[in-house]
Design a protein around this ligand. Structure first.
Ligand SMILES: *Cc1c(COP(=O)(O)O)cnc(C)c1O
Length: 390
């Protein structure tokens, strides 16, 4: 008999009922150090007092009005994002996959309105993940996500990750946009080197192509800058944001330049819940907190410390781990053992990590994890690796 919850997830036998900072408590009283953060969502940990206060304050005033009216909290968040980023304008969604839908629509509408309606192709890369909507799975294109769901949305060209020649050959006057994650998350913490992101920007400029960055997982301070592309010193035309921006409240956004967004006039797109007062009130506190230079310095300092300790851990367990990769507090342990075994052994040691493709274990802690908690994480990873090594 089908369970009352559609069984699309295989879940670990853990039920959490309370969270505090980087810790989660189960219904039977066990405490877990959380290096998953709800898949890079709880950027400021669980039950952060400032986020709880912002949500409570808004909840006591007004929950929802729809976008038929002006929403002060939405205006505040949009102004903040425009101030802190390349963007001139923002549209708010409830998730990353909805941000993908708009990014695709925006790129196509741009070319339509420029009198080149045939320019619809969007180039994407193997191993990418852009969400589970019809556009999201067509964009990523993997058999795992698309099989059985045809006919798929057309107009996506999938290229091998890191194949520069294939990219040069595929990009041309039919290309509307290139869509890429600066660091692939689900794909196994595979960073696009800064030089490649610069190269992509140049290629886009040569052909007039729009560059869409999916920073749903790598954005919002995770790499030690507010957005990952800042490390490469290049800007996108359109950017997808979600996960960390709501700190656990469902919130996403598409950020864009005025030019890239020029086709999106009144009536061309919408969302009932998108940008609602509750999500935006929380989002504004998240953005204000993370965009602070001292906060980001702390992320970089802790990331350096964590990475150094992980390198030592790998040296201690050469049969379990191969390498650590990623940037900031978006780290991946490429395993020699089976990654799921490491994740499961972590559960026994009171540690939550997240598996990813390419036999990787993801470490995506809250950005305000403490140095003491990083030491605890290393101890528990050591226990897990010892158990896996047998
Ligand atoms: C999680 C994720 C998405 C989809 O976000 P949802 O909120 O799950 O719809 C899209 N892109 C990337 C890079 C992601 O990590």
């Amino acid at each position: 008999m089908i369970p009352s919850i559609l069984p699309t997830y295989s879940r670990a036998p853990l039920t959490f009922v309370k969270g505090e900072g980087s810790w989660l408590m189960t219904d039977d009283g066990r405490r877990f150090l959380d290096l998953g953060a709800g898949i890079a969502v709880n950027a400021l940990g669980h039950a952060h007092p400032a986020l709880v206060a912002a949500l409570h304050a808004q909840a006591g005033q007004l929950w929802h009005t729809s976008n038929l009216y002006h929403i002060p909290a939405q205006q505040k968040l949009a102004d903040l994002l425009v101030e802190e980023t390349f963007a001139d304008t923002c549209f708010f969604t409830n998730s990353g996959t909805e941000a993908c839908e708009l990014a695709v629509k925006m790129a196509r509408k741009y070319w339509h309105d420029k009198g080149q309606p045939e320019r619809v192709e969007i180039i994407t890369f193997d191993g990418s993940f852009h969400g589970r909507s019809a556009a999201g799975i067509a964009a990523a294109g993997s058999a795992k996500m698309t099989t059985g769901f045809g006919p798929l949305l057309g107009g996506f060209t999938h290229l091998p990750f890191g194949d520069h020649a294939a990219l040069e050959a595929a990009a041309g006057p039919q290309t509307a946009a290139i869509l890429v994650e600066p660091i692939q998350g689900e794909g196994g913490i595979r960073p696009l080197p800064d030089a490649c992101l610069k190269g992509l920007r140049d290629l886009c400029d040569t052909h007039g192509i729009l560059l869409i960055l999916d920073e749903v997982q790598c954005g919002m301070g995770r790499t030690g800058k507010l957005f990952a592309h800042e490390w490469a010193g290049v800007n996108p035309d359109i950017m997808m944001v979600a996960k960390g921006i709501g700190g656990g409240f469902p919130l996403g956004a598409v950020l864009a330049t005025e030019t890239a967004a020029s086709g999106m006039t009144a009536g061309t797109h919408g969302s009932t819940y998108g940008g609602n007062p509750l999500g935006c009130a929380v989002g504004a506190v998240v953005v204000e907190t993370i965009a602070d230079s001292e906060f980001l310095e702390g992320v970089n300092r802790k990331a350096g410390l964590f990475r150094q300790k992980l390198e030592a851990l790998i040296a201690t367990h050469p049969n379990v781990f191969e390498e650590v990769r990623g940037s900031g507090l978006m780290l991946g342990l490429k395993c020699k053992a089976v990654n799921i075994d490491v994740v499961n052994a972590g559960y026994d040691a009171g540690l939550l990590t997240v598996p990813a493709a390419d036999n990787v274990v993801r470490l995506l802690p809250a950005l305000n994890i403490t140095e003491t908690e990083i030491d605890t994480a290393i101890d528990r990873l050591d226990q897990a690796a010892t158990a896996v090594a047998g």
